[in-house]
Every structure is written in structure tokens, then in C-alpha cells.
Design a protein around this ligand. Structure first.
Ligand code: NOJ
Length: 765
């Protein structure tokens, strides 16, 4: 890399970061826009209004030859008649322009379409999957990844992303764990806001910002037994205290849209939930953006056994506040009749359309429907060197060092005899991850390439085995594809390991193993990977395991035996380079797990902020009768917040400003952190609290703050936190957030398990 390029990247990064700091929340209410929305609504017929509430997938070339079937012909006609308000999956300036022209030139009022797309972790420059990125605990980095994603998507004509997904999940069996920020509501809320700010910037009407979408409202990540689309059965207090905070953080950050969810909650499909959409979101939170249904979720209410036909489903969804129908066609077919019959009030329609038009105005689409359609910009802005440099930066910050016995890592650059083994060792596709938008197949820097780039020479490689059978490596067929028999590559891998000094073995999940519809009953290394790992270990124990995966994996054997383990998720375009940065110590790892890693699937759901129960520990009296498994520990394999560094951090002198404080007091907490290692490093210092007795039972620990601190070898720093009443508050039985007087514990450490602790008492003001 030449210096000029490095300076250019730094300058670019600085501009991005400066934007981050000056960014304010997007205001969804602008009086001038409100007047325009009212005036337009006045002119609209009922049919035109309902058209705005209808969203279609763009699966055909709108101006070119079109499938001849009636269904597609009808959509084409509806687009021209102003009966479609939005399309999804139409990307590239050319396609967006064509579709937009159809609507704008032909419909009576020329209302522009809004184009949505799943830009989840990059448009073409791919960033780490959201769960991986969340392991950075670095809000600026996370914001910059969303910013770059927005810049690229907007340059390709897209004006709306269906992200961030802010579903809290405690179950690694759920395939969509990869798309969220993990198990903790506090961390997930900060990350949710950072992503919204990154996508939307300060000005939604700028041509390089796009509308964000907080999804899936709500409790989709609490699918029973981790099975996608399954029922979520949970209490109102869990909903309020655990699931809703990241959604509220999105509202506070000015998110332009929400998406509801496939699951039922409180025995009602979320799509028809008045409680969620009307009472909480648009009521208590006074939200002014619009809610889009999830794909077909209005129609799916028939299968749920909640609607008797599509018309009934449309009625229930509209009344509950689902403003836009993604691909169910319930509104476009039935809403007019429902309004004319008095089943749905026209005011409900007006409210939905007002919200949709508001967002279109905010995006600037009425000023220029083609403002995101500039071919030159599209060519120059996407997949640039600068964007790849930012992707590498975010990727290296997302890596978590899980184990490093005898300081096996970092590797020396003159280290002889490095070999790469394993099915993911030279996989250029897996790091691109699921939900890859326009991320190209096989476009990532593989681990092998990353190491070779550093060493400047070939590194021997043996694949050992496949995970999925290659011919079947197709997104929608994954369940057919795990390879369980073909050990023909083992011998080559074993031979290579025998003659090598160090083995870097890359195992985990292929990109299509996690994501939507990819729930798994087993979360160990799939297929032949465990057998390969053990066979290679038998001949060479000088081993670094690099994991690439979308969900926490149960790897107890590896954790026990393999000396060094690096969690590298699906890291995006620059994966191999970022992993090499860490393996050779050019970057000292800083990542911390945003989820607990289990010992076995039977521990699911697993989370650090659990409740104590009445029988938390073994005692002579309760013998076997305490809350535990008889065949497995309660503890995770690696706890929430865990992650090592090549430096070594020691915690001491945890103090609170006063042992007795009143509710309105600020509580100052301080701790000393020392780097007792021999290299400079950054530690993420985490603060947790426990409210010992409450009007409802409280979790054993709750993350309330964290700070990153850089320490030179031998250096100590005092790290200070301030807690206020808000940090002690929880949603209670009176349906309000409030803190209660009483005894609190405070814990500080480098993860949720290894902490110092002290106490303070809160008294009434
Ligand atoms: C269904 C998914 O649940 C949702 O997250 C996504 O945005 C839509 N499909 C559109 O692709």
C-alpha cells in the first residue's frame, strides 16, 4: 500500500467519523413537508391512496420483455396506474430509473416509488455480518460500515434498506442470530442507533443517504426452540425490558421506517398487533414513520389461523397499523371494498398514506424522483479502494481472540512452516456471508490469500473436507447439502500437518448455513469438520483454529484442546487480510463477544443476564434439586463480553463514590486497569449492575456501560463511569420505567464473568 493511498483512506475515514460526531437524529416531522403531504392527500382518490400502501418485488425487467402471465401483467398495469407505492429488490440505476419512470410518467399524480432492498452488511463492498461487527463494540466503526453501505446502495438507485435488524436473540439455533447485535439490550440499543445514523446520515434527502428500517417488530428473535418463524411466547415485562429497547433506540435515532414480524406474540401475529403497532409504537412512542409488513406476513395470518381469508387479513393488518403490504396483495385487492363497507375507516388509510408520503418527501423523491439515479456516480462510488479499506478496518475490529495458550499468537512474519488446512481455508465466498446484497460470489480475500499477502509467498493448503457439497451450494437448498461421508481429503491434510510447524485450521459454517430459514437443531461443527480437527491435531498440536460462522458454535473439544482460537465470523470482502492482520499482530485484537458461546445445544436459550431462580446453587440440602443440568455445566463456554488481547489487563481498586446514594444522585464508579503485558492494547472495560431485590425479579447482571481504553505495556489508567437513576430503572408492573431504592451490586471487568464487585445502596430522595 503506498502512503498516498493510506493518507487518502485516512482522510476519507475522518470525514466519515466527523459526520458521525455531528450527526443529529433525523427529524421526521418538517412543517413544510407536512403541508405538502396534506395537500397531496387531498387530491388522491381512495384507490390511489391504497396504491401507496402496496409494495411489490421487482423480479422482472420492467421495461424489457415481461413474463406473459396474468399476475405479472397485472403488476405492470398497476405500476402505471399508481397502484404501487414501493418496490423491493429493484437495484441498479438503469432498473430503478425504468421502474420509476413507469410510475411517475403514467400515473395520474406521478407519485414516485420508494425502492427498498436488504442492505444488511454492505451493498457490494461487504462488511462483517452484523453479529460479527457487533463484536467490535465500536460504535464509530459500526456507523461507518452502515454509512459506506448507504453510499453504495444510494449510488445504485436504492433509497431504503431493510436494516438494522435489532431482534435480541438468546438462541444460537436461530439462523438469523447473524443479522442482529446479540443478546444484550443495552449493547444492541447503542448499535441499533449507530446503524440508523450510518444509513440515514443527518439529512435523509441527501443523495448518499437512505432510509433505515428497524425490524422485526417484535420478538422475532424469541422464536421458540430457535426455529425460524416460530411462535414467540413471552411476558409483557420481557418484551418491554429486553426486546423493545433497541427498537426504541431506533425511534430516538430518527429511523424512517419499521418492519413488523412473521411471528405471533401474545397469541396474535405481530402483523396484526394493535398493542405493538398502535399502542406502543405510534402511541406511547409517538412514532411518525411508517410500518411495512414483512414479506407476505399479512397473507400468512391465514396460516396462523387468525384470518379467514386474504380480505380479513388485510382488514386486521390495516387496523393494527401495518401501513404497507409487502407482497401479500391484500391491500391492493381488498382494502377499497373494506373501506367502502365501513370495515376499515378511511382515516386509517389516510394515516398510513400520510406516513408513507412523509418518508418519500423526506428522501427528496418528490423534488427529483431520479436523484439516486446517476450512472457516473454509480460507476465511481461502488466497491472503491477506500470502501474496501474501511471494510478491512471494521473486519479486524470484529475479530475475537478466544484462546491463546502460551502466547502461540501472534505469529512471527519469519515463522517457517505455516500451513492452512480446512474447508474454509481458501473459501472466497463464505466470508461474504448471507444477506449479501450485491456482494459478488467468491469475491472475498480468503484466509489463505490474506496470509500469503503478508508473507509474500505461497502457503501450502489442504482443504481436508467439504462442509456443504459444492454442487448444492445454493442459497435456498442448504438443508440438503452437508457433506458427511467423503473423507478422501483427510490424508493430504494430515500429511501437510505432519510436515508443518504451525497449522492454521479454518472451520465453522459456510455462508448459507446461517441466515433466514437456517435454524439448526445442532450447533457443533457441521459434517466432517470435528473429525478433521481431531485427526490433524493428533499429528500437530501447534494449531490455531480460525472459526468462521454466523452463529455461536458449541466447540467444547476445541476449547479444551486447541491452543489458539480466533473467532472470525463471516467478515466480508477483506476477511483474509483482516484475519492476517490479527494473526501476525499487526492489529492487536479488541473484539468482545456480543453473545454467550455455549458448551452444547442443550443449554439454549443461553444468556448472561438470566434470573437467579429460587435454587441457584448446589447446597447439602438440595442435593440434585437445584437449577442445573445433571450432564452439563450451566456456564457458557465463552461468556458474553469475552475476548482476549495480546496485551494482558489486570483490574483493581473498584470504587463507588458513596455506599449510600439517593435516587437522583449520580453514582461515580472507578476502577484501575493495568496492562501487565508486553505490547500496547485496547481493553473494553465493562460495567454491570444487579438490583438485588425488586418489585419484579431482576437479572443477575445487566450491562450498563463500557469504555475502550488504550494502554501501553506497564501502564495503568483509572477508568470512570457515571450511573444515574435511568441506568437503574426497569419496566415495572405499573407499566413504567422506574428505579427502586435498595441494594445494588456493581461489577466491572473485561467480560461478564471475570469481574470485580462492590455494592451501593439507593435510598429514597
Ligand atoms: C423477509 C425477511 O424476514 C425480511 O427481513 C426482509 O427484509 C424481507 N424478507 C425482504 O427481503
Amino acid at each position: 500500500m503506498n502512503m498516498k493511498f493510506i493518507y487518502k483512506c485516512l482522510a476519507y475515514f475522518l470525514v466519515l467519523l466527523t459526520n458521525c460526531y455531528v450527526m443529529a437524529q433525523t427529524e421526521l416531522i418538517d412543517p413544510t413537508i407536512e403541508k405538502k403531504v396534506d395537500a397531496l392527500l387531498e387530491k388522491m382518490t381512495l384507490e390511489e391512496k391504497i396504491g401507496q400502501m402496496n409494495q411489490y418485488n421487482g423480479s422482472w425487467d420492467v421495461t424489457g420483455p415481461m413474463p406473459e402471465d396474468d399476475y405479472n401483467k397485472e403488476r405492470y398495469t398497476q405500476l402505471k396506474n399508481g397502484q404501487v407505492g414501493s418496490m423491493l429488490n429493484v437495484t441498479s440505476v438503469k432498473s430503478v430509473k425504468e421502474a420509476q419512470k413507469l410510475a411517475v410518467d403514467n400515473s395520474r399524480l406521478g407519485i414516485p416509488l420508494v425502492f427498498g432492498y436488504d442492505v444488511i452488511h454492505g451493498y457490494k463492498t461487504m462488511f462483517p455480518i452484523p453479529l460479527g461487527e457487533s463484536a467490535s463494540w465500536d460504535l464509530s466503526a459500526i456507523e461507518s460500515s452502515a454509512r459506506v453501505s448507504a453510499i453504495e446502495a444510494a449510488a445504485a438507485g436504492v433509497n431504503w434498506t431493510f436494516a438494522p435488524m435489532v431482534d435480541i436473540s438468546r438462541d444460537a439455533r436461530w439462523g438469523r442470530v447473524m443479522e442482529g447485535a446479540g443478546e444484550d439490550p443495552y449493547l444492541a440499543s447503542l448499535i441499533a442507533a449507530a446503524r440508523v445514523k450510518g444509513f440515514q446520515g443527518t439529512d435523509l434527502s441527501a443523495d448518499n443517504t437512505i432510509a433505515a428500517c428497524a425490524k422485526h417488530f417484535a420478538a422475532y428473535g424469541f422464536a421458540e426452540s430457535g426455529k425460524d418463524y416460530n411462535t414467540a411466547d413471552l411476558s409483557e415485562l420481557t418484551l418491554q425490558n429486553t426486546i423493545l429497547p433497541p427498537f426504541k433506540a431506533c425511534v430516538d435515532a430518527g429511523v424512517a421506517t419499521f418492519m413488523n414480524a412473521f411471528n405471533e406474540i401474545h397469541h396474535i401475529p405481530a402483523t396484526a398487533s394493535i398493542h405493538l403497532q398502535r399502542n406502543i409504537l405510534k402511541g406511547k412512542w409517538d412514532y411518525k414513520g411508517f410500518v411495512v409488513s414483512d414479506w407476505g406476513s399479512i397473507g400468512e395470518m391465514m396460516a396462523h389461523g387468525y384470518a379467514k381469508d386474504l380480505k380479513h387479513a388485510g382488514k386486521l393488518a390495516a387496523i393494527a397499523g401495518s401501513d404497507m403490504d409487502m407482497e401479500s396483495r391484500a391491500y391492493v385487492y381488498h382494502l377499497k371494498e373494506l373501506v367502502e363497507n365501513g370495515d376499515v375507516k378511511e382515516a386509517v388509510i389516510d394515516d398510513a398514506v400520510r406516513r408513507i408520503l412523509r418518508v418519500k418527501y423526506l428522501l427528496g423523491l418528490f423534488d427529483d424522483p431520479y436523484k439516486y439515479c446517476d450512472e457516473t456516480r454509480e460507476k465511481e462510488t461502488i466497491y472503491t479502494k477506500e470502501h474496501l479499506a474501511i471494510a478491512r478496518d471494521v473486519a479486524k475490529k470484529s475479530i475475537v481472540l478466544l484462546k491463546n495458550e502460551n502466547n502461540l499468537l501472534p505469529l512471527k512474519k519469519d515463522q517457517k512452516g505455516i500451513a492452512v488446512i480446512g474447508p474454509l481455508g481458501n473459501d472466497k465466498d463464505t466470508p461474504i456471508g448471507n444477506w449479501r446484497a450485491h456482494g459478488e460470489t467468491n469475491s472475498a480475500v480468503s484466509l489463505l490469500e490474506g496470509l500469503q499477502n503478508v508473507l509474500g509467498k505461497d502457503v501450502p493448503f489442504a482443504k481436508g473436507c467439504k462442509i456443504g457439497s459444492d454442487d448444492n451450494k445454493r442459497a435456498f437448498l442448504y438443508e440438503l447439502a452437508i457433506e458427511k461421508e467423503d473423507k478422501s481429503g483427510f490424508e493430504e491434510a494430515i500429511e501437510l500437518a505432519k510436515k508443518s510447524e504451525i497449522v492454521v485450521i479454518a472451520l465453522g459454517e459456510e455462508c448459507w448455513q446461517s441466515g433466514e430459514g437456517r435454524s439448526q437443531a445442532d450447533i457443533e461443527l457441521a459434517g466432517l469438520q470435528q473429525a478433521l480437527l481431531e485427526a490433524v491435531y493428533e499429528v500437530n498440536q501447534n494449531m490455531v483454529l480460525v472459526l468462521m460462522n454466523g452463529r455461536p458454535l458449541a466447540i467444547p473439544w476445541a476449547a479444551e484442546n486447541v491452543p489458539a482460537i480466533v473467532e472470525a465470523w463471516h467478515l466480508g470482502s477483506e476477511a483474509g487480510n483482516a484475519i492476517a492482520d490479527v494473526l501476525f499482530g499487526d492489529y492487536n485484537p479488541t473484539g468482545k463477544l456480543p453473545v454467550s458461546f455455549p458448551r452444547s445445544v442443550g443449554q439454549m436459550p443461553l444468556y448472561y443476564n438470566y434470573k437467579n431462580t429460587g435454587r441457584p446453587t448446589k447446597s447439602p440440602d438440595n442435593m440434585v434439586f437445584w437449577s442445573h443440568y445433571t450432564d452439563e455445566s450451566n456456564a457458557p463456554l465463552f461468556p458474553f463480553g469475552f475476548g482476549l488481547s495480546y496485551a494482558n489487563f489486570k483490574y483493581s481498586d473498584l470504587n463507588v463514590s458513596s455506599e449510600k446514594v439517593s435516587l437522583s444522585d449520580r453514582i461515580e464508579v472507578s476502577v484501575t486497569v493495568k496492562n501487565s503485558g508486553s505490547v500496547e492494547g485496547v481493553e473494553t472495560v465493562q460495567l454491570y449492575i444487579r438490583d438485588l431485590v425488586g418489585s419484579i425479579t431482576r437479572p443477575v447482571k445487566q450491562l450498563k456501560a463500557f469504555k475502550k481504553v488504550m494502554l501501553k505495556p506497564g501502564e495503568s489508567k483509572k477508568v470512570k463511569f457515571t450511573l444515574t437513576e435511568k441506568d437503574l430503572a426497569f419496566y415495572n408492573l405499573n407499566n413504567e420505567w422506574a428505579a427502586e431504592p435498595g441494594q445494588f451490586k456493581v461489577f466491572v471487568g473485561g467480560n461478564s464473568r471475570d469481574v470485580l464487585e462492590t455494592e451501593f445502596e439507593v435510598i429514597e430522595d
